[in-house]
Design a protein around this ligand. Structure first.
Ligand code: AMP
Length: 417
């Protein structure tokens, strides 16, 4: 009988058969990022609520609607991390990393939590791989970051990927632009959706994201921030684009790209996968030159991204089973023994495992025939059938070929074969 308990809404179990693709995503990211000088950091799964309120932005959907916030027994307000950047910046300040050579390049991976409406590809607990470079405003950092995310995605073999690129400018230009945009939206208020109209003051940029038809028409004619960048920002963005052009990474210039987090300045980008339906974003990021100051530190530029592991896994392994080459082959030995040879079987398996081999044995009192079936089921390449103190039999499970083997020498022989 199935129990009455289910994984909480918006969460899921990663079963062993789903592990190989996720492991490959992790290892690929680790290899590419560490080769580029990014050091691994792990921060707590929860932080002071204020860190996200200040870091992610009070007016964002994340802070207003999506945080899993709770009070601990000491009355402190804590929040399960909805994203990585604020935590990594907090750690940068807390550990005095501004004294190190800049930029400090860090990466992390793990679970994140947002109380969103669950649907395919959108969960309340999801996994991200995240990279941050803190302490340099050079356009090289932006370009390097984008290239690294691109390379992780390309190396994994995700198909149908589009890179959208934009710039949000500096805070001053953005403020002036936002005023202009608010005035424009007010001048056509009657055509906007209720939702957008209610947030003209708080977050007018979100209007570009709206699906509402009237709003879309208004936004088609709206001024864009890209047209209003001041000169240093425009030059910075040009340089990022030149660097990307030189590297041969294709991108789509998107003057209306807005991201769901407030802290971005200058470069922003998003990777989409056209095979994924509504939740097509597989990663995104950008520059956040004001964030560290907002958290109480000295003015320090930064740039980062997060890749969505769950969505990348879906893109690589659509429902219906792994793509060719994604399933991991199990090799190794299954030791088959009568009940009186159990101790010898466990000792042998232990020794084989210590030699670094995959070795297994029956743990459910099966008869010899059942043990052979189990050897087959677990995909063992060999079965080693013990027979008291006498010689054992090593059976190749693929070919059926058998040969005698001295159990005392079995470890050396199998390890060497
Ligand atoms: P963000 O931190 O919002 O920029 O998201 C970066 C990436 O994380 C997105 O492109 C998604 O791939 C992934 N992601 C964000 N939110 C979720 C979610 N609720 N469920 C699954 N993946 C998500």
């Amino acid at each position: 009988m199935a129990s009455n308990f289910k994984a909480p809404r918006g969460t899921f179990d990663v079963l062993p058969e789903a592990a190989p693709v996720r492991r490959r995503i992790d290892r690929t990211a680790q290899r590419i990022l560490e080769a580029a000088g990014y050091g691994r950091i792990d921060t707590p799964a929860f932080e002071d609520t204020d860190l996200f309120a200040r870091g992610v932005g009070e007016s964002t959907d994340i802070v207003q609607k999506q945080m899993f916030t709770f009070e601990d027994q000491g009355g402190r307000s804590l929040t399960l991390r909805p994203e990585a950047t604020a935590s990594v910046c907090r750690a940068y300040l807390e550990h005095g990393m501004q004294k190190l050579a800049q930029p400090v390049k860090l990466w992390t991976a793990g679970p994140y939590f947002r109380h969103e409406r669950p649907q395919a590809g959108r969960y309340r607990q999801f996994t991200q791989i995240d990279a941050e470079a803190i302490g340099s405003d050079s356009p090289l950092v932006d370009a390097e970051m984008i290239l690294l995310a691109h390379d992780v995605i390309a190396e994994l073999g995700v198909e149908g990927v589009l890179l959208r690129l934009g710039s949000l400018g500096s805070p001053a230009a953005r403020t002036a632009y936002l005023d202009e945009l608010r005035a424009y939206l007010r001048s056509r208020e009657g055509e906007l959706s209720d939702d957008v109209r209610a947030r003209i003051d708080a977050n007018p940029l979100r209007a570009f994201d709206a699906d509402h038809e009237g709003t879309r028409r208004v936004m088609d004619e709206a001024p864009t921030l890209l047209e209003r960048l001041d000169q240093p920002d425009a030059e910075h963005f040009d340089e990022v684009r030149h660097l990307l052009d030189r590297s041969g990474v294709a991108y789509h210039l998107d003057p209306t790209l807005v991201r769901g987090l407030d802290y971005y300045t200058r470069t922003v980008f998003e990777f989409e996968c056209e095979h994924l339906g509504a939740q097509s974003g597989i990663g995104g990021g950008g520059r956040y030159d004001g964030l560290i100051e907002q958290l109480g530190g000295p003015a320090t530029p930064g740039c980062g991204w997060a890749l969505g592991v769950d969505r990348i896994a879906i893109a690589l392994e659509p429902p219906g089973g792994p793509r060719e080459g994604e399933a991991e082959e199990r090799e190794g030995v299954f030791v088959v023994a009568e009940p009186e040879d159990r101790q010898a079987a466990l000792a042998l398996v232990t020794e084989l495992r210590r030699e670094g081999l995959a070795a297994d044995l029956d743990l459910a009192d099966r008869a010899i025939k059942g043990q052979m079936k189990q050897a087959d089921r677990v995909g063992a390449r060999h079965a080693l059938i013990l027979s008291g103190a006498g010689p054992g039999t090593l059976r190749n499970m693929d070919t059926g070929e058998e040969r005698q083997i001295d159990p005392a020498k079995a470890v050396a022989e199998i390890a060497g074969s």
